[in-house]
Design a protein around this ligand. Structure first.
Ligand code: T46
Length: 129
């Protein structure tokens, strides 16, 4: 999803609003930064959580796997967000040292919502088909 950059000669601004720019009520905001060189993150899916990820500085590569197809997307613009729906396996790779990945989430943190084992993720998908 593309965000409209606002602003003027002083610089740019992007405003993200729950249930408007972002298609859910935002319950939580967090950001990943200082990811060490060569480190990958993620390797999980969420049972119910929906999220939008925006790289507000630097870049990283997000891999999304819905059990049918696997796509790799570079996040490298503060005006582009990636919608991550529930029951999608995600991995994050190739973080630049300056990468700050902002994530808007539809719910508060709940470890019980995570599926951190890929085989369990595939089994859960098969059970809801
Ligand atoms: C996701 C990707 C994009 C909390 O206590 N509260 C929080 O809101 C979050 C997000 C994490 N944590 C704790 C849980 C772990 O002890 O912070 C630690 C690191 O979390 P995790 O290993 O899950 O981080 P990533 O970078 O692998 O994944 C994160 C999010 O957890 C996840 O929902 O989709 O970023």
């Amino acid at each position: 999803m593309d965000f409209l950059p606002l602003g003027d000669r002083r610089g740019s601004l992007v405003a993200l609003e729950g249930q408007r720019t972002v298609p859910f009520a935002i319950q939580r905001v967090y950001y990943l930064f200082g990811t060490k060189a060569g480190v990958s993150r993620g390797y999980h899916a969420h049972r119910r959580l929906q999220q939008v990820a925006v790289c507000v500085a630097g870049r990283c590569r997000m891999v999304l796997d819905d059990g049918v197809s696997r796509e790799s997307v570079w996040l490298d613009s503060p005006t582009r967000g990636l919608m991550i729906r529930s029951m999608v396996w995600r991995e994050m790779h190739d973080f630049t040292p300056d990468c700050v990945l902002l994530v808007l989430a539809s719910a508060h943190y709940d470890e019980a919502d995570y599926i951190r084992d890929y085989q369990q993720f595939r089994a859960k998908l098969a059970s809801i088909e």
